[in-house]
Design a protein around this ligand. Structure first.
Ligand code: HEC
Length: 300
């Protein structure tokens, strides 16, 4: 099987004797074909010598057929273009339309032009039926409405995505106040139990004063809510609330500052004298405060 060179193996059947056999058959067939062609030629030239009229007739018939086919094709082409043979030109001359020996011909409208014209008529009927009668297709207004609806859907999806794509490092105070408004309900439902309805503090610390265990800037608050302080009873909300909801409730807590509700829980943690939103820097805010009341503050 592998007595053939590897290069030959690639093109052969893999069996050297088979390959030689096929090659031989091929060569024989080519030889037979060549012989048949040679014999045919010889017979024809013999025919030319012995019976010249037969060969001539044959050739004439061939030529006639060819020209007939040509004129047929020419005729169809002329009809298509609306061309008339030059012999018919005198029938086409428009009477009383000669000026200075120049006459005008009334050529018929070419077939291709008529075909184009009638196809537009057919098209208009089909169009009318589809768009106006049966209402299968959308007209411009409907198409516009559909695309706008689609775009609105995509926009909402994008916004939902974007609203959830920030974390404690990227969150900023929402100056418009809309987030805070939405956060109020989240606070009442999830946080008021421990922080009081007004954020005055019960189990959890007072969120309305300027004293914070874990920092009072928006990023700190977001961080505390997201990861919680499990050791001290503050739940991590990462799994329960979406980033957007945490952002909303964080913004809401900022609005509680200095609201002085009834029954406030005493201050815990260190005082933030100047918030970033009030023009202070994060460092200035923690400077001069007492040592953190809670050691987990450092860990967070
Ligand atoms: C099970 C009671 C409980 C619930 C519910 C709770 N908290 Fe707390 N929260 C606490 C406790 C306790 C602390 C204090 C943790 C500490 O001592 O470090 C705290 C601390 C905080 C702090 C940090 C306060 C500071 O001084 O730094 C924020 C902000 C806060 N919670 C927000 C929330 C929000 C928002 C919710 C609702 C989504 C919520 N909490 C729900 C118990 C709770």
């Amino acid at each position: 099987m592998s007595s053939a060179a590897p290069g030959l193996l690639a093109i052969g059947t893999g069996n050297l004797y088979n390959d030689i056999f096929y090659l031989a058959v091929f060569i024989v067939l080519v030889a037979v074909l060549a012989a048949a062609i040679a014999i045919n030629r010889a017979l024809r030239s013999m025919l030319k010598v012995t019976m010249p009229e037969v060969v001539q007739e044959e050739e004439q018939a061939k030529f006639k057929k060819k020209t007939a086919r040509k004129t047929n094709w020419q005729k169809t082409w002329n009809t298509f273009l609306g061309l008339k043979p030059i012999e018919q030109e005198k029938d086409l001359v428009i009477d009383d339309h000669e000026y200075d020996g120049i006459v005008e011909l009334n050529n018929p409208i070419p077939v291709w032009f008529n075909a184009l014209f009638y196809s537009t008529v057919v098209f208009s009927v089909v169009y009318l039926l589809i768009y106006q009668v049966f209402g299968w297709g959308l007209n411009q207004d409907q198409e516009y409405a559909r695309e706008m609806a689609q775009a609105e859907k995509e926009k909402q999806e994008f916004l939902a995505q974007a609203a959830n794509s920030f974390d404690e490092n990227t969150i900023e105070v929402d100056e418009t106040g809309t987030l805070a408004v939405n956060g109020k309900a989240i606070f009442a439902a999830n946080c008021a139990a421990c922080h009081g309805q007004a954020g005055e503090g019960t189990i959890g610390p007072n969120l309305t004063d300027r004293y914070w265990l874990h920092g009072g800037e928006i990023k700190d608050i977001f961080h505390t809510i997201k990861y919680g302080v499990p050791d001290k009873g503050m739940v991590p909300w990462e799994q329960t609330l979406t980033p957007a909801q945490i952002a909303e409730v964080s913004n809401y807590i900022l609005t509680l500052r200095d609201t002085n509700p009834a029954n406030p829980k005493p201050a815990e943690g260190e005082e933030v004298k100047a918030y970033e939103s009030e023009g202070g820097s994060a460092e200035a805010a923690t400077e001069g405060g007492e040592a953190p009341a809670d050691s987990t503050a450092a860990a967070n």
